[in-house]
Write a protein that binds this ligand. Sequence first.
Ligand code: ZN
Length: 411
Amino acid sequence: MHISEEQLKQVNTQIQRLIKADNFYGKKLKEAGISGVSSEEDFLKLPFSQKQDLRDAYPLGLMATDEKDIVRIHSSSGTTGTPVIIPYTQKDVDDWGKMFKRCYEFAGITNEDRIHITPGYGLWTAGIGFQNGCEMLGAMAVPMGPGNTDKQLQMMMDLKSTVLCATSSYALLLAEEIEKRGIADKIHLKKGVIGSERWGEKMRKRIKNELGIELYDIYGLTEIYGPGIGINCKYETGMHIWDDYIYLEIIDPETGEIVPDGEWGEIVLTTLVKEGAPLIRYRTHDISRILPGECPCGSKHPRIDVIAGRSDDMVKIKGVNVFPKQIEEVLALFPELSSEYQIHISHLDGKDTMRIYVETNGSVDFLEMAKKVALKVKSKIGFTPLVKVVELGVLPRSEKKSKRVFDERYE
Ligand code: ZN
């Protein structure tokens, strides 16, 4: 994918704004001797920005406009360290709403829908983003926020909500409650708009089947407006990203080089028209890839695949970037295997090797199974791992996220 003339012009305007504001990124640009961009080559020389830069700018150092133009701030949760504060002008709020409205439209949601919004309202961008887009669309918002399952279900039944907005885990919880209480016939949901936390195909199918709804994955992050900068269409061929507001790149997280379309890497985003806090080449640490070609829906907005994890989970072996998600996809092809696995990367006899431990019950030939898995991994990633099949229950389980990738090369 290449940056268009129009996008270049927009980036150039953002750069002028930042330099004039002399905020953290403006200073960074000046230090790098950058005064503008007029070609793709120029663009690719722009330094990346990182979450840490945003933390360093706490509380209002990101502001790139006169304070009288700021109408609102949002903040990322800040579970690790200083939070990040993003200031918004009225135009930013409106643009975000327009993007979110487009998300609903791509999901076939109209002003006749009743949208049940369960993400939280507050400093973070979740609930209010869903709300803004809903009002701009002219649909009826039911601003529930999270929690209180009894009330959620009561309102859902009484108001005949047709769209559920939720995280995947909360959607699953509600689906299970609906089943448990035997109230499925009183629920009128047709569609679910689900926040972009990482979720597996199995979970997706369960929500879909138990609620009998179409599911749409929405993408976004607080640093770049919030949720609503992209969504999949009904063809489910990845999430379209609104490239009239955001320029999208996928880079190799180690080298910072752009990877060819279709290859996995880290999502890097540049805001094109933001006023309050423009960000240039912001590294999201989310792993995905650009899906080449055109979507059957005819939209020209570029598409990214599902978020495959965080760049911190990535390992590089024999020059190839490997993500746990790719291994999971292979394992999912074998119903004989459990969902538990471990990947160990080590350096033996002068070369890097990958060992994959998988679990199965006693009913299959362990050696045969190992061969089959190794072949599939080879066809997916390009090299053959050593696969070790172990009995069910051998790999450690943890209630929290289990550690699955062990890079032993540098220990
Ligand atoms: Zn499409």
